[in-house]
Design a protein around this ligand. Structure first.
Ligand SMILES: Nc1ncnc2c1ncn2[C@@H]1O[C@H](COP(=O)(O)OP(=O)(O)OP(=O)(O)O)[C@@H](O)[C@H]1O
Length: 354
């Protein structure tokens, strides 16, 4: 059993900056959890707290049910039986590939024969069979990351911590390593916490994703639920590029503040009445070309980026930058009429009437 449990974890750096404000997170044994959030939201701080490089100011961290950190007490990183892979510069250039992978085993004073066997085994696992004698300088970026992964896996860690481990690689290599990483961690039944700024990578790899904002977790859920049922306007905006706008929801529908958008009640998803925030997902907007109808329905295309499944389009609609997915590729400057087919409503806490 090697799940990871964080209970009420807070962390304030010595300069007084609070990076984590009370994080509760339960990662199950064998689960792959991605941590995402804007720059500075605390992702790396959280990962380093689990690793043992940082001590929480309050709360506890447990691995496999055993408390490893609480204020004033802690198991050092080397006693936590974790593997870690960073973005780059993770392997030592003056050692051969085999020596890099053997290093944590030598430090643990494992018998020489066992070390040799294990190095061969993990190099094969990451697709680097026969690379033990190579100098890391002669490897590609992707191969070096595989060496880093092999070194992290060599001592049979209970949990694998990845900090932007694939981010320095170019596509399509990054994509290939994503696939390999996922099947490898499944095969080994490893618990993984993966920090990434790449939303698509998190959605593709993770069983569940934890979304951080300003040092707190705002939602932990499966990729599907995060995309279709974001818990807050922030999550809808951050993960799905939702357009957010304030307004009022009544029994007859939504009326935007200082904008012509009006929606019937049956296309607005969400509880409550009163003032709040509407989140419009790009896939819920249809752009009608030719812009028939009244002036208030007209918008102008300001950006149109072609994509594999749809174009990513931004229109200026009476000062609102509305994001839409479009089957075609509308040209910049075209006049269109946006139709919002569905939207999510989040009542203001103070403005909710029930
Ligand atoms: N050693 C430190 N001393 C003081 N503040 C720090 C220190 N390290 C990080 N911080 C601050 O703590 C907050 C969280 O930083 P952290 O690196 O965990 O964020 P992040 O989500 O990983 O960001 P990024 O995506 O940019 O890597 C930031 O405001 C950062 O400036």
């Amino acid at each position: 059993m090697a799940g990871v449990t964080l209970a009420e974890v807070g962390l304030t750096y010595p300069d007084g900056h609070t990076a984590l404000t009370g994080v509760d997170l339960e990662v199950a044994d064998g689960e792959f959890v991605a941590l995402v959030g804007p720059s500075g939201s605390g992702k790396t701080t959280l990962l380093r707290t689990v690793a043992g490089f940082l001590a929480p100011s309050r709360g506890t961290v447990a691995i496999g049910g055993e408390p490893v950190a609480s204020p004033g007490a802690g198991v050092p990183p080397e006693g936590r039986r974790l593997g870690m892979v960073f973005q780059q510069h993770a392997i030592w250039p003056h050692m051969s590939v085999g020596a890099n992978v053997a290093y944590p085993l030598r430090r643990a004073r494992r018998p020489r024969a066992e070390i040799g066997e294990r190095v061969t085994e993990v190099l094969a696992l990451v697709g680097l069979d026969g690379y033990a004698d190579r100098n890391p300088a002669t490897l590609s970026g992707g191969q070096r990351q595989r060496v880093a992964l092999a070194r992290a896996l060599a001592p049979t860690p209970r949990v694998l911590l990845l900090d932007e481990a694939l981010s320095a690689l170019d596509e399509p290599l990054r994509d290939q390593l994503r696939v390999e990483l996922r099947s490898l961690t499944r095969q080994l039944g490893l618990t993984v916490i993966h920090v990434t700024h790449d939303r698509d990578e998190a959605l593709a790899l993770a069983d569940r994703i934890a979304v951080l904002d300003a040092g707190a977790i705002v939602q932990v859920d499966t990729p599907e639920r995060l995309l279709h049922e974001p818990a807050t306007p922030f999550v809808a905006g951050f993960l799905s590029d939702a357009t957010l706008l304030p307004g009022e929801l009544t029994d007859s529908g939504f009326v935007a503040d200082e904008h012509p958008l009006r929606l019937a009640r049956d296309v607005v998803v969400g509880p409550g009445r009163g003032s709040g925030t509407l989140a419009v997902l790009p896939g819920d907007v249809v752009l009608h070309e030719g812009a028939p109808g009244g002036e208030e329905g007209r918008a102008e295309v300001v950006s149109s980026l072609y994509g594999r499944t749809a174009s990513d389009v931004i229109v200026d609609w009476h000062g609102l930058r509305l994001r839409a997915e479009s089957d075609g590729r509308p040209v910049v400057g075209a006049r269109v009429r946006p139709e919002v087919r569905r939207a999510l409503f989040y009542p203001d806490v103070a403005g909710t009437a029930g």
